[in-house]
Design a protein around this ligand. Structure first.
Ligand code: GAP
Length: 444
């Protein structure tokens, strides 16, 4: 994990937010390479979940919504985590994570172990509930009437806009509404780099179905398999992924089932995505609280009902951490250890980089890179030796490096080096785009 965090900073994937002021815990900034990787992940999700489907449409809703939303969803009353204070180190911790959180005074020990070692577990205060929603005020007044919240999940406004979206998209049940957007949770102990942060992005899809048990089960199983396959198509190693079915006592009172897709991070198997059968609780709650009818009329059967929903919900940042952890590799090249990010071409931030052998060749090399740029995200790099440039691009996972040398002036060919096999091919410049296209091909 330390190696990943250090590489992420060194190569411009991820920086600590507000670093020059000492940072702010639970917030991260994505650098030039990180933002490309992030966009590729989001685009792949959108492509598979919305663009290539007939039965899912997209929305982009506001982060702050009417506070009654959170009354209806239950977040205001119970979106909380158990919290304790340590009377010795004055830290404040999530009570259900004490065995894995390092003590502030003695980081080699967990808070739990530290409390036992000092004066016993009595040094921790009683457990109390801490609501995770960030509060703000809308308008110039600061009182209870203007209090609002940054959304802790993106799905609630999919429910509140269900009727509008269904009417304008002319979708018939079963159909889904998808959204990618920021969510905020005032996590008591943000940790494990970007795995648990206070500001993060979610990719959520709510699939509305008839509320009969057999319909809910059919679509629930379909989405569990479809979402699992998405991670495999993203290039994640199958041996590092698994599904975990929630036990009955882990489920919310209204839920009929939930499966987590988990990845084996350096800190153990942890949740990436949840696929949940939420019954028709959400639309019923918003209908009740708003007084607006959110039922659906089936033109064919002439029935009116409140649809049930199968939800698929994952974090962009957690997926990005998975992609980073999964791609990280070290091997030996010419007697030296090389760090290489073996990203699938689908997500690699740059698909190719063009190097002039000497700065004297800058002009034609730039011209070549500008030509490739029309087809792929590419980089032009003329700093340091060719070996150093290879190392730099191995560390950001660029699948192909193209060197323009003095011979290229004569024979109109360039050397293309493969990140993974290290094989070098001499390719005619007018065939380069085709050569890359064949090798970067990935199934849509
Ligand atoms: N609408 C359902 C929902 O929000 P969740 O399990 O609380 O369910 C879904 O969150 C996903 O959002 C998680 O599987 C995870 O990928 C991501 N996520 C949740 N909290 C997060 C946090 N504090 N930091 C980063 N990602 C988070």
């Amino acid at each position: 994990m330390e190696k990943l965090v250090s590489l992420a900073k060194r190569r411009g994937f991820i920086f600590q937010s507000s670093e020059i002021y000492g940072g702010i815990n639970g917030f991260w900034d994505y650098g030039p390479v990180g933002v490309e990787l992030r966009n590729n992940i989001k685009n792949f999700w959108w492509e598979r979940m919305v663009r290539l489907r007939d039965d899912v449409v997209g929305v982009d809703t506001s982060i702050i919504c009417h506070p009654q939303t959170w009354v209806a969803s239950g977040h205001l009353a119970s979106f909380s985590d158990p919290m304790v204070d340590c009377k010795v180190c004055k830290g404040r911790f999530r009570a259900d994570h004490l065995e894995s959180i390092p003590c502030l005074q003695k980081p080699s020990l967990s808070v739990h172990a530290c409390a036992q070692e000092k004066k016993g577990p009595g040094e921790l205060t009683e457990v109390r509930q801490f609501n995770l929603m960030f509060e703000t005020y809308v308008g110039a007044l600061r009182d209870d009437s203007s209090r609002a919240y940054l959304r802790p999940e993106t799905c609630q406004s999919i429910f509140t806009q269900f009727k509008n979206v269904q009417i304008v998209s002319r979708q018939k049940i079963p159909f889904g509404i998808a959204q990618i957007g920021k969510s905020f949770r005032n996590e008591i102990t943000p940790r494990n780099f970007i795995f648990r942060s206070r500001e993060f992005e979610q990719m959520e899809m709510e699939f509305f179905v008839r509320p009969e048990e057999s319909e809910m089960q059919k679509w629930y199983e379909y989405w569990v398999e479809t979402r699992y396959q998405w991670f495999l198509d993203l290039g994640i190693k199958p041996e590092k992924l698994h599904k975990r079915t929630h036990a009955q006592d882990e489920l919310a009172h209204y839920a009929k089932g939930c499966v987590d897709v988990e990845y084996e991070f350096p800190f153990g198997f942890s949740e990436l995505e949840g696929i949940a059968n939420r019954s028709n609780y959400d639309l019923s709650q918003h209908s009740k609280t708003s007084g607006k009818d959110l039922s659906y009329f089936d033109e064919e059967t002439k029935e009116k009902f409140i649809p049930a929903v199968i939800e698929t919900s994952l974090g962009v940042d957690r997926t990005l951490l998975t992609v980073l952890a999964d791609a990280y590799a070290e091997d030996e090249v010419e007697g030296e250890t090389r760090v290489v990010m073996r990203f699938s071409p689908r997500v690699a931030p740059f698909k190719a980089a063009v190097f002039p052998l000497s700065r004297k060749l800058a002009e034609p090399a730039m011209r070549l890179e500008k030509e490739l740029r029309r087809h792929y995200v590419t980089d032009y790099d003329d700093v340091g030796s060719i070996g150093k440039r290879y190392r730099r691009h191995d560390e950001i996972g660029t699948p192909f490096c193209v060197t323009y040398d003095f011979q290229s002036e004569e024979d109109k060919q360039v050397t293309v080096r493969d990140r993974d096999t290290l094989k070098q091919d001499r390719i005619a410049m007018d065939q380069l785009e085709k050569y890359l296209e064949d090798r970067l091909k990935f199934q849509v």
